[in-house]
Design a binder for this molecule. Structure first.
Ligand SMILES: Cc1cc2nc3c(=O)[nH]c(=O)nc-3n(C[C@H](O)[C@H](O)[C@H](O)COP(=O)(O)OP(=O)(O)OC[C@H]3O[C@@H](n4cnc5c(N)ncnc54)[C@H](O)[C@@H]3O)c2cc1C
Ligand code: SF4
Length: 300
């Protein structure tokens, strides 16, 4: 029960789902929507795990703009706020804090029988047994854990007989564009804090035209909250005049964050270095990564 705000838009590259009511576009985003529509580019309400109405015993967003710092009311989905309280209520849940998984241990049949953990507070080591284990330490640490789980049966790490664990590491190329919307510059300041970005431009370069790159990119609009004038440090001057300039421009501020897909390549990978260990003696992850020509072409 995550609770995702959004709208059904019928965009091929962005399949629809079941949503809570969408976030309302701010004036600046509405201007972008109308302008982009003239170019055949869609601007749609963003889809994200922020509650626009009470849901699953959590309150609706109060648009304070602090999403990136942690939500004070739990309107943005997170495991500590949303899932752990429910798990506790079942009576079948035990949280073991301060445990760092070192390696997964297998039995003679090659099945995982236990996880070896270090207690980061006491430095004690222990083995925890279970019927089922889920590896969910995020991208790099999950690969690290599997690669460090070596045994005579799995000398290259667990689940790695094809040498794929840790490979195809990829993410996004990003670029920020800041602009000012003439219609809003100098207008009366209003509370625009919102829940960071309220609108989204899905990938639109799917038109059959030949380009120098494969893949595409999307934009998130206004994902810098308004309470801080991020553009100020790009402006020249100081003192009263400088502050006035920041205030005049602030209502017209438009931030567009572009995210382009980086190609997944086997050479880009997480490995482990048995000769270099962390404070608990666990081999550290080593990242091998290089952007390829297509990544550069897409970016530029
Ligand atoms: C600044 C930032 C902004 C982001 N914004 C967005 C966004 O707007 N939208 C979006 O969709 N995604 C966003 N993401 C990405 C998103 O947060 C991640 O993709 C997602 O949280 C990954 O979930 P996960 O469960 O795989 O890993 P995580 O949420 O990272 O959880 C992994 C957990 O495993 C623990 N762990 C790691 N190693 C071990 C170990 N050896 N033993 C025990 N525990 C371990 C970690 O402490 C952590 O608690 C953002 C990420 C960042 C960093
Ligand atoms: S704006 Fe973000 S931090 Fe503030 S209530 Fe809404 S979801 Fe939570």
């Amino acid at each position: 029960m995550i609770g995702v705000a959004g709208s059904r838009e019928g965009v091929d590259v962005l399949p629809d789902g079941e949503y809570l009511p969408p976030l309302k576009l701010r004036c600046s985003e509405e201007i972008m929507r109308r302008t982009c529509a003239k170019m055949g580019i869609r601007v749609i309400p963003t889809r994200k795990a922020v509650l626009t109405q009470p849901y699953d015993d959590r309150p609706a967003c109060h648009y304070c703009g602090h999403c990136m710092k942690g939500c004070d009311v739990g309107a943005i989905f997170s495991v500590p706020n949303s899932m752990i309280p429910k798990a506790r209520k079942t009576g079948n849940f035990t949280l073991l804090p301060n445990r760092l998984a070192r390696e997964l241990l297998v039995d003679t049949e090659g099945k995982v029988r236990a996880v070896s953990v270090a207690d980061t507070a006491t430095r004690q080591e222990e083995e925890i047994r279970a019927r089922v284990f889920a590896v969910c330490c995020a991208t790099i640490e999950s690969a690290r854990l599997l690669l460090n789980s070596r045994s005579p049966r799995y000398p290259d790490g667990l689940a790695n007989s094809n040498d794929v664990v840790g490979r195809y590491l990829h993410g996004h190329n990003t670029a920020d564009i800041f602009a000012y919307l003439e219609d809003l510059v100098g207008t009366r300041p209003v509370n625009n804090d919102g829940a960071t970005d309220h609108s989204y431009i899905p990938r639109f370069n799917i038109d059959g035209k030949k380009r120098d790159y494969a893949g595409g990119y999307h934009y998130q609009l206004q994902d810098y909250s308004f309470m801080t004038p991020y553009h100020a440090h790009y402006l020249k001057g100081f003192g009263k005049k400088f502050k006035e300039q920041v205030r005049i421009l602030q209502p017209g501020f438009m931030a567009m964050d572009c995210y382009a897909k980086v190609l997944a390549q086997p050479e880009n990978r997480v490995a482990v270095d048995p000769k270099r260990v962390d404070a608990y003696g666990i081999p550290i992850p080593v990242i091998h990564f290089r952007f390829c020509d297509n990544d550069h072409a897409l970016y530029y």
